[in-house]
Design a protein around this ligand. Sequence first.
Ligand SMILES: [Zn+2]
Length: 217
Amino acid sequence: MRKIIFVFVGLALVVLLGTMREQKTSVPTKEPERVLPIAEFEKRITKKPFGIYITPQNSPVQPERFTGYHTGVDVEYEDITTEVPVFAIEDGELVLAKWVPGYGGAIVLKSNLENKEIYIFYGHLDPQGFTENIQVKKGERIAVLGKSQTQETDFERKHLHFAIIKNKLDLRGYVKTEEELNGWYDPLDFYKNLSTINEGVVWIVTRLSREKFLSLV
Ligand SMILES: [Zn+2]
């Protein structure tokens, strides 16, 4: 009996050591997953990138009613007549989901990235069926874009204004100074150094770029 127990314990040790060794030498290759807020995200930022200084005279959108540094990116969908869904890019809470002047339907997703609070903003959405103060999961469909030149978008073209705000909630789409612009991240930094593109909305980035992003937070 004792012999059997020894053999058993011996075998268990061999298996355990084997696993530990494997963990030590295995290298994470495609981690973590990033979810895009909308399909063809980067490719469709054709008019207003993050940080551009807009005036009614220089704006790529005419006529223009805004002036200042753009706090997010505009992703353009005027050519798409079907519904365009938007997705939660992280787990979090919808702390705001309502009609806001200048945006029409707007959503703010409050999230936590390794204990750092961020607010993720989506503007120009169809506000029908919005619910506030609910938890959503990364990758969950949270709304669709509002229709062009209607109340849904507050009479803007069909596009997504997407922004990532540091620390505290600030709904401004434009600010007067570069210093104020420091209250926002360039959303493309969240998606830098993409190593693989999956089908649909999930993009995979390298561990390095996630660390880089977190160092900016
Ligand atoms: Zn915008």
